[in-house]
Design a binder for this molecule. Structure first.
Ligand code: PMP
Length: 400
């Protein structure tokens, strides 16, 4: 039997395996220097804190039974309270009932798609934007528009503005306070919901903190209940992605609806994982964030310095103030997907940028992640990549 033998939904039929994903399966080779995965360095996980939390969850029969039992869809109450306090410290005055625990922020995006999108509904995003959000929303068969283009009002108006305001995946760019205000005003005019994806927000290496859109919204509205922003947070980039614990913060009316949708998806996020994450967050969230920031800052600086030294003329990039990514724009004639095939033969990997555009543009762009490589690997990897990019120019000059 092949999928063609089954009567699949139109949505499933239109899904295609990504060629790039197949290619990137090769990056597990030990000799490979990979700038591809936007994932935390596992060497930085605080294993000891997780061991303590794990033991704590099994330290007595009553707590162990709670950890092993079904729990409420909204989430483990002490974790919801910790997150409400965390949101309040970010300028979004929240109570536990303003928080829904999700299985990673990726599930948050899926639930928000279910909450807001019908077939043909418009979603406005930056171009490029996070591929996983495009995938999550695509299941509801919306149309995508660029947030920078004039937006239609009325029935065709975007229902959802998806933004990654801090150190975006894939560009590394941060929205200024003015840009955040403008997005909020645009959402008000369109009567749209803003989805603020804050996956990288804790990872700032320099520059001034800009308040979340959710905070600007709450300040204008007078309280979180009057806001139109759903803030998607996650422990994946700070504590651990493997336990799959994220959250949505927003007005209670929307959180209640989202909880009903989550119930149909997975009943609740694993009780044990939530208890462990709560314990680890209480014991060492701030210290852990400080520690990983210092390491990633050094790696970002090493990659920027290596690009300064080795990048051929015509390659452009901007300095990210945080996160995990540097976005390269190559000369027009270079196709980054093609470049990846050659790079993999030289043991270097990255993600071609085209995948991050809903309309298939951006062929001459690529995303580099500095989170997984040490400074020596970054120097060698960027040198080899830049040499390869330089050769593309030469090959063209010869063929013209
Ligand atoms: N949003 C962005 C911008 C991301 O880069 C990621 C992870 N790559 C996610 C959401 C999802 O992360 P998680 O589900 O692990 O919280």
């Amino acid at each position: 039997m092949t999928p063609a033998d089954f009567r699949l939904s139109a949505r499933a039929r239109s899904m295609k395996a990504s060629e790039i994903r197949e290619l990137l399966k090769l990056v597990g080779r030990p000799s490979m220097i990979s700038f591809a995965g936007g994932i935390p360095d596992p060497g930085l996980f605080n294993v000891a804190l997780f061991q303590d939390a794990w033991r704590e969850a099994f330290s007595g029969p009553s707590i162990a039974r709670e950890a092993l039992q079904y729990s409420t869809t909204e989430g483990y109450p002490p974790l919801r309270q910790w997150l409400a306090d965390h949101m309040t410290s970010l300028g979004v005055p929240a109570e536990a009932d303003n928080i829904l625990i999700t299985s990673g922020s990726q599930q948050g995006l899926d639930l928000i798609g279910k909450l807001l999108l019908d077939k043909g509904s418009a979603v406005a995003t930056h171009r490029p934007t996070y591929l996983g959000a495009l995938q999550a929303f695509s299941a509801f068969e919306p149309t995508f528009s660029s947030i920078d283009a004039p937006q239609p009002v009325g029935d065709a108006a975007a229902r959802l503005l998806y933004l990654v305001p801090d150190f975006a995946n894939p560009t590394g760019l941060t929205m200024s306070r003015a840009a955040r205000r403008a997005a909020l005003e645009q959402a008000q005019i369109l009567n749209a919901v803003i989805v603020e994806d804050a996956a990288y927000t804790a990872l700032r290496y320099d520059g001034e903190t800009v308040p979340p859109i959710a905070a600007l919204d709450a300040a204008t509205a007078g309280s979180i209940e009057g806001t139109r922003t759903l803030y998607c947070g996650t422990f994946s980039k700070t504590l651990s992605p493997g336990l799959r614990v994220g959250w949505i913060s927003g007005p209670k009316a929307l959180i209640r609806k989202l909880a009903m949708l989550k119930q149909g998806a997975d009943l609740h996020t694993a009780s044990f994982n939530q208890m462990v994450m709560h314990q680890v967050a209480m014991a060492g969230f701030d210290t852990q964030v400080e520690r990983i920031r210092a390491v990633y800052r050094t790696r970002r600086d090493a990659m920027l310095a290596a690009l300064d030294r080795h990048a051929p003329l015509g390659v452009r990039w901007k300095r990210p103030e945080g996160g995990m990514f540097i976005w390269l724009e190559l000369p027009e004639h270079i196709d980054a997907a093609n470049l990846l095939k050659q790079a993999i033969r030289r043991d270097i990997a990255f993600v071609p940028g085209g995948a991050f555009f809903p309309d298939g543009s951006g062929r001459n762009t690529l995303r580099l992640s500095f989170s997984l490589s040490d400074e020596a690997q970054i120097e060698v990897g960027i040198f080899k990549l830049c040499e390869l990019i330089g050769q593309q120019g030469l090959a063209r000059a010869v063929s013209v």
